[in-house]
Write a protein that binds this ligand. Structure first.
Ligand code: NDP
Ligand code: 2IT
Length: 449
């Protein structure tokens, strides 16, 4: 790892000291600080006013017990989290993750990333993240509902359309948002649509929110390719994961003329040279809630399934890591480069390890960090809040057009900022600096907060 700037190094050391054993949080902070050296050299007031130290310390961290009763009548206990990281730009905003790996460090890394991502969207939203170590896999519909109700029974007191507005993330989709919203409404006796996003279309949801993260990431790729006078037409694409982000990234790639030849889940990956059959994938994952291996079986001879293994071994022009953090390592990056990959864009949050990012950038691969490339999800959440506030609902076409403009705007801000700081084409530096400056300036304007 390169040496940190001398003003930033003590800040990073203090983060390590105060947040022991939170590796993912350390990684996310380090990645942002690595970009900020030239900013603090040019603008000493950021360090003089301790803005960076403040940004690294969450405004509020809530940890709570989530007791629920399983179908056999046994009491189960999970841990719930909400880290309200930064509200300089607007109410706290960010998803909820239900996955057995969830712990405070993971929620803090996600909340920290969310601050800069939300800033980049240009929308008035602060940064937060939450979730639980609850494992939705294998749970019945009623167990999911009881868990969501118990989770909200504690969390509701911290939420509000002007306070904190959660949405989905891994393990939390439309079904869970429904149960969470139902319980919030029941406890508060308020139909407060703007308190959660990712709602169903018949009860306050926005068109395109379900599609937004995947679509947005692909719009971002399209913009990056445009800088090289290329497009997605005819490109071979590999997507990791097969959840919300992956499915709608596959859909948009197909609409723009590319072919997604592989996708995955935590058990393995499927290669489908004719292109992933999206209707079948949606049926398997969204309706039946089954595995990628079931997709391969249903698809028959056209597809082959690889148990375990690395989806990045499948040759492609464009790679979209869209499953989870640190799922693409330096070895995978070298494989991608030697197979001729030209673009990697993060649909997931922090899926590419720092040494893998270095391999890709040194090889001249266009690399888009998650806080820029996957910002379409939260941006469309902000559009949902806007529609809720005005009791309006927009058409699919209008909302998608807004999303596409927002993604173009984020792309251009990252590219221009990278250019301004002398690293043209470095979207990591561009995203970190552009995202940081807006939050830091707001914090300075608001006093010592
Ligand atoms: P889903 O729960 O819909 O899908 C997650 C997918 O990733 C599944 O295929 C899952 O496989 C796989 N996955 C999850 N954890 C692991 C793991 N530890 N190892 C291997 N594979 C794993 O989640 P989303 O699609 O919503 O989220 C995917 C990523 O995108 C996350 O990083 C999330 O933070 C990020 N993101 C999501 C946004 C959204 O709007 N939903 C917005 C911006 C970013 P399996 O079923 O086997 O667990
Ligand atoms: O990581 C993310 O940006 C999300 N999970 C979406 C957050 C949101 O509030 O829509």
């Amino acid at each position: 790892m390169p040496q940190l700037d001398e003003k930033l190094d003590p800040i990073y050391r203090e983060v390590l000291r105060r947040n022991p054993a939170e590796e993912e949080f350390h990684q996310a902070v380090r990645e942002v600080l690595d970009s900020l050296g030239p900013v603090v050299a040019k603008n000493p007031h950021y360090t003089d006013a301790a803005v960076i130290e403040r940004i690294c310390e969450p405004e509020r961290q809530i940890i709570f017990r989530v007791p629920w009763v399983d179908d056999s009548g046994a009491v189960q206990i999970n841990r719930g989290f909400r880290v309200e990281f930064n509200s300089a730009l607007g109410p706290y905003k960010g998803g909820l993750r239900f996955h057995p790996s969830v712990n405070l460090g993971i929620i803090k890394f996600l909340g920290f990333e969310q601050i800069f991502k939300n800033s980049l969207t240009g929308m008035p939203i602060g940064g937060a993240k939450g979730g639980s170590d609850f494992d939705p896999k294998g749970k019945s519909e009623l167990e999911i509902m009881r868990f969501c109700q118990s989770f909200m029974t504690e969390l509701y007191r911290h939420l509000g359309e002007y306070t904190d507005v959660p949405a989905g993330d891994i393990g939390v989709g439309g079904r869970e948002i429904g149960y969470l919203f139902g319980q919030y409404k029941r406890i508060t006796n308020r139909y407060e649509s703007g308190v959660l996003t990712g709602k169903g279309l018949t009860w306050g949801g926005s068109q395109v929110r379900r599609e937004a993260t995947g679509y947005g990431a692909v719009f971002f790729v399209d913009e990056m390719l445009r800088t090289r006078h290329q497009s997605l037409e005819g490109k071979r694409v590999v997507v990791s994961g097969s959840g919300n982000v992956a499915i709608y990234a596959i859909e948009k790639v197909r609409q723009l003329g590319g072919t997604v030849v592989a996708c995955s889940d935590s058990d393995g990956y499927v290669v489908d040279e004719k292109g992933i059959d999206l209707e079948l994938l949606k049926e398997i994952k969204e309706v039946r809630r089954e595995r990628v291996s079931d997709y391969a079986e249903a698809r028959g001879h056209d597809a082959h399934y690889v148990q375990g293994g690395r989806v990045w071994d499948v040759p492609c022009d464009v790679a979209l890591p869209s499953a989870t953090q640190n799922e693409l390592n330096a070895h995978d990056a070298k494989t991608l480069v030697s197979n001729g990959c030209v673009v990697v864009a993060e649909g997931a949050n922090m899926p590419t390890t720092p040494d893998a990012v270095q391999v890709l950038q040194e090889a001249g691969v266009l690399f888009a960090p998650g806080k820029a490339a996957n910002a379409g999800g939260v941006a469309t959440s902000a559009l949902e809040m806007q529609q809720n506030a005005s009791r309006d609902s927009w058409s699919f076409e209008h909302t998608e057009e807004r999303l596409s403009e927002i993604m173009r705007g984020i792309h251009d801000r990252c590219a221009e900022t990278a250019e301004e700081y002398g690293v043209p084409g470095n979207y990591v530096v561009g995203a970190n600096i552009a995202g940081f400056i807006q939050v830091a300036d707001a914090m300075l304007a608001l006093g010592v907060i």
